[in-house]
Design a protein around this ligand. Structure first.
Ligand SMILES: C[S@@+](CC[C@H](N)C(=O)[O-])C[C@H]1O[C@@H](n2cnc3c(N)ncnc32)[C@H](O)[C@@H]1O
Length: 247
């Protein structure tokens, strides 16, 4: 299997400004249903977060009494994580979640906010599913929150699409449909300064994820468009999918 070196674009500046750049992710009205959903699946067992970041979800999940472990590649994100109360209750392993293993078995492995697409090859995404299955006990759940590729928004012959445009944030997606890569380009005005950031993503449809799950010995359990189990339809722009490890 071709193995590319995983990399993260979450540098020191992004880590420090994570909550400022994506404030909607920290809205309690968004986080609470996420926690409810994950808590239910963890049951009385432990949870493993791939790409735990600053602990936006891992910390409150742990506060609910669920043993949580995280895998993360970015040292600056982990520095932010460790600066918060409750971080010492969560074990964290520095590494690539496609390949890094940790001790123990889990009822739940979860991967939020399009982070599966940070793995920019199909091989790495397949490995990630295999790694999730490796850590789950039979019947355990793997949850992914991911965007639906927005190719239907591209007029014929065009490769870019503006996904946000506010006075302080412009975001443009550039699609390379031959290589199944989308590059997200951001321009933010933060504290009066212009900051640019781009990251490559391997966009992936739900059906391809289902096949990866099957390769790893898991089967689709449920798919919604959001954490409150809103129906997933042809207009849904993102999905929350749950696969369970076949007993
Ligand atoms: C969009 S952030 C999400 C962080 C956190 N899960 C949340 O929901 O707020 C993606 C995180 O995944 C990490 N990451 C990306 N690729 C990774 C990889 N291959 N292995 C481990 N962590 C990775 C990034 O460094 C970043 O912290």
């Amino acid at each position: 299997m071709l193995h590319l070196m995983a990399e993260t674009h979450f540098d020191e500046w992004i880590a420090r400004h994570y909550a400022t750049l994506w404030p909607e992710l920290f809205d309690p009205a968004f986080i609470e249903p996420t926690l409810e959903f994950l808590t239910e699946l963890a049951g009385t067992g432990a949870a493993l977060e791939f790409g735990v970041g600053t602990g936006r979800v891992a910390l409150p999940l742990s506060r609910r009494g669920i043993p949580v472990h995280g895998i993360e590649l970015s040292k600056p994100m982990l520095t932010q994580f460790r600066s918060q109360g409750g971080a010492s209750d969560i074990g964290v392993t520095l590494g690539d979640f496609a390949t890094t293993t940790v001790d123990g078995t889990f009822n739940l492995v979860y991967l939020l906010r399009n982070t599966i697409t940070n793995l920019t090859s199909q091989d790495e995404q397949v490995e990630c599913f295999e790694n999730a299955a490796r850590h789950l006990q039979p019947g355990g759940a793997f949850v992914i929150e991911n965007f639906v590729p927005e190719l239907r928004r591209l007029p014929p012959g065009e490769t870019t699409h503006v996904f946000t445009a506010t006075p302080t944030h412009v975001g443009v997606a550039e699609y390379d449909v031959v290589n199944q890569i989308e590059v997200s380009r951001h321009w933010w005005v933060v504290e009066g300064e212009l900051k640019t950031f781009s990251s490559p993503h391997r966009y992936v449809w739900p059906a391809e994820l289902d096949l990866m799950a099957r390769l790893a010995g898991m089967a689709l359990w449920e798919r919604w468009s959001g954490w409150q189990r809103e129906p997933f339809t042809s207009d849904s722009r993102s999905h929350v999918s749950v696969w369970k490890k076949v007993a």
